[in-house]
Design a protein. Structure first.
Length: 279
């Protein structure tokens, strides 16, 4: 058991209905007992979920917890970004997750606006100095669109050196990949905190689909074991809780600065893991 001294944070995605919003308020209330450092909320590229994100951020702030909106920059002009930053500043936001975002389908090479997260970090820093705490994304198993591992590490170093304050990783189930990534970037002169992103496992088929898209590896032994349980959701959850909790214990024990949970707007599994960790 680890003495709970390191802060946790939790990610949500915007909902599209009043019922979804009401449910998310209850979920956040359940998770707020773990004294989170912040709640973050995703945002679709090209403003596709902007209203939902703004609503979620407004709700989080009204609940008295720091809110960190995701800020995808791909295809956005500096003026559009600045307008949104002013809006967030007026709301009381002090924490941002600065991302490239997914390239909208049908958009080609001639796209205008910002193209990379390091440009976004530079823009925020030049306009606001240290007003916002800036998180960036890290990929211990490398971004699926990167040309090579080396290329991806260099991308991360560029974001960090542009002025990022800390980073949150893509989820993983192989902690060695996290520790190796931290060593690699520290060897390149980057010493910002790198926070592991944690994805609880509720459904093997959903996880496999997610992981194929985002490049997160499910270790062979775990994939085969989960597959062998087929539709036995209780067995899948029991094994997955053990695996993810043990990984979190090791991460905290061996130096991870905190943990960031991808909640998928559900409190149950995340709460169980936090309780098992002694929070």
């Amino acid at each position: 058991m680890i003495a709970p001294q390191k802060k946790l944070s939790f990610e949500f995605f915007p909902t599209r209905t009043p019922e979804g919003r009401a449910k998310q308020i209850i979920t956040r209330k359940q998770l707020s007992q773990y004294n989170p450092e912040f709640f973050s909320c995703t945002s679709g590229a090209g403003g596709s979920t902007k209203e939902g994100t703004l609503q979620a951020i407004t709700d989080i702030l009204s609940e008295g917890i720091p809110a960190a909106p995701h800020l995808p920059c791909i295809g956005e002009s500096p003026e559009e970004i600045k307008e949104l930053l002013e809006h967030y500043k007026g709301m009381g936001v002090r924490h941002l997750v600065a991302l490239r975002g997914d390239i909208p389908s049908g958009v080609g090479i001639g796209m205008s606006g910002l193209r990379y997260a390091n440009e976004l970090v530079e823009l925020i820093k030049s306009e606001y100095g240290d007003y916002f705490h800036i998180e960036v994304a890290a990929y211990p198993e490398y971004h699926p669109q990167s040309r090579s591992a080396e290329d991806d590490l260099n991308n991360f170093v560029r974001k960090a050196k542009a002025g990022a304050d800390s980073a949150i990783t893509q989820y993983f189930y192989n902690p060695d990949s996290y520790f190796r990534f931290v060593d690699d970037v520290q060897g390149r002169g980057v010493d910002i905190p790198i926070i592991p992103g944690i994805m609880p496992i509720a459904s093997f088929s959903k996880l496999a689909r997610f992981s194929d898209t985002c490049g997160a590896e499910i270790p062979r032994w775990l994939r085969l074991k989960l597959q062998s349980y087929a539709d036995d959701t209780a067995a899948i959850k029991a094994l997955a809780l053990d695996v993810v909790t043990e990984m979190c214990e090791r991460l905290l024990r061996e130096g991870a600065p905190s943990l960031h949970f991808y909640t998928l707007n559900q409190a149950g599994l995340v709460s169980t893991i936090c309780q098992r960790l002694g929070y």
